[in-house]
Design a protein around this ligand. Structure first.
Ligand code: NIG
Ligand code: FE
Length: 390
């Protein structure tokens, strides 16, 4: 397999043991990083790419996205911006649109969003089901998701669908029974929305333990809309991640700090629902591992841009630029329990973002500007450079 030298990297942010390397180079061999060091001392390779002093960092790891859906909810967003509140119930309108869409339409929508994700520097992304909410529609959502990523999440427990409005217990039986059996072969993870208007602690425990019994690993939508039991349930079941973490008390922060559960923060959701942001500073100071992700979905956060999330996290969540960049790379990898991504080191996957900027700090410093020059994904150029000067 051909090897490529990426050289004249002004600043390489490895997010690994080497830290930051100035005037750096690296070698890509197949889909892996084969060497990292200073520009002058690189070994011979088949090809060579000169990035002319640009900054390079690991590809972003978007560990939380809901991409299998039809339609949008722009009207709901506009209404919110003129004062209406966000509620979990809005999910049901996307469920209706998703159920009546063809497989081809759903696949085309996922493909469009995946294209956006990769263009904005995400080289790994998780995809959840959760807008089908019948056995057949959840199974096909995960089957389609698995065409795009190995990080697929069964979220049959997103909300109780209308046909079970008076029988939530019956819906939990479905989610833990027949629906789980159909979905488990296509999923790596099981998730539950444990919050106001969705599922309570006992229901969440039942759903997560059934998922674990079927070989899936747990993660939880926790404490987004109000303070509740989500984070405690996540820690209790050993979830890889508790996601949202907007409304936490001291016990929640302590429980996260004492566990291996990552707190995944989703600033796009607070931005798009005009809600108070989670306090990343409090979590980081307590020793919690923090990840940033887009939460891309048509209701609460219709963005695929990790750079946008980094900028908002720095401005609104008391994160330093370095912390936000780490959370968007290595933090996301931790939330997916992956060690081959989210860092640049020998043996790891060759997933890189080359920035049209001298330092990754520019991701927060230049909000809303497309600074992505190139994206390398598994050693292949996934976004080519536009014709811009460095
Ligand atoms: O993560 N919180 C639950 N699910 C999504 C919202 C989904 C929707 O509104 O369609 C979220 O924000
Ligand atoms: Fe979500």
């Amino acid at each position: 397999m051909a090897s490529t030298l990426v050289t004249c990297i002004g600043l390489l942010s490895t997010q690994a043991e080497m830290g930051e390397v100035h005037d750096a180079a690296l070698v890509i061999d197949g889909d892996r990083i084969a060497w990292v060091g200073r520009s002058g001392s690189a070994p011979p390779t088949d090809g060579r790419v000169d990035v002319q002093g640009r900054a390079v960092l690991p590809g972003f790891v978007d560990s939380h996205a809901h991409l299998v859906f039809a339609g949008d909810r722009a009207g709901e967003f506009a209404a919110r911006m003129s004062g209406s509140a966000y509620s979990a119930g809005g999910i049901r309108s996307t469920v209706a649109a998703t159920r009546s869409a063809s497989d081809e339409a759903l696949r085309a929508n996922v493909s469009r969003l995946v294209h956006e994700l990769i263009r904005s520097g995400s080289t790994t992304f998780e995809i959840k089901s959760g807008y089908g909410l019948t056995t057949q529609d959840e199974e096909r959502s995960l089957r389609i998701a698995a065409e795009f990523t190995p990080e697929t999440t069964y979220l049959g427990a997103h909300v109780v669908p209308p046909e079970y409005a008076d029988n939530a217990a019956g819906y939990v039986d479905l989610v833990t029974g027949e629906m789980l059996e159909a979905c488990a072969p296509h999923a790596r993870w099981v998730d539950v929305f444990c919050d106001r208007g969705a599922f309570d602690a006992d229901q969440a425990r039942a759903i997560l333990s059934a998922g674990i019994g079927a070989g899936l690993a747990p993660r939880v939508h926790a404490n987004q809309l109000q303070h509740g039991p989500g984070v405690q349930v996540a820690v209790e079941v050993g979830a890889a991640s508790a996601d949202h973490c907007t409304h936490l008390d001291d016990r929640d922060v302590a429980a996260l700090a004492d566990s291996s559960t990552v707190a995944t923060l989703l600033p796009g959701a607070e931005f798009s629902t005009r809600s108070p942001y989670p306090d990343a500073r409090r979590l980081i100071d307590a020793g919690v591992t923090v990840a940033l992700a887009t939460d891309c979905n048509p209701g609460s956060s219709y963005t695929t841009s990790m750079p946008f999330c980094i900028a908002v996290a720095v401005r609104e969540m008391r994160m330093t630029p370095a912390e936000a960049i780490r959370a968007a790379t290595r933090g996301g990898a931790a939330a997916l329990r992956r060690e081959d991504i989210g860092r640049i080191e020998v043996g790891g996957r060759a997933d890189l973002v080359v920035l049209d900027a001298p330092d990754p700090v520019h991701l927060a410093y230049r909000p809303g500007v497309d600074l992505i020059h190139q994206v390398w994904r598994s050693g292949a150029l996934a976004r080519k450079a536009d014709h811009r000067e460095p």
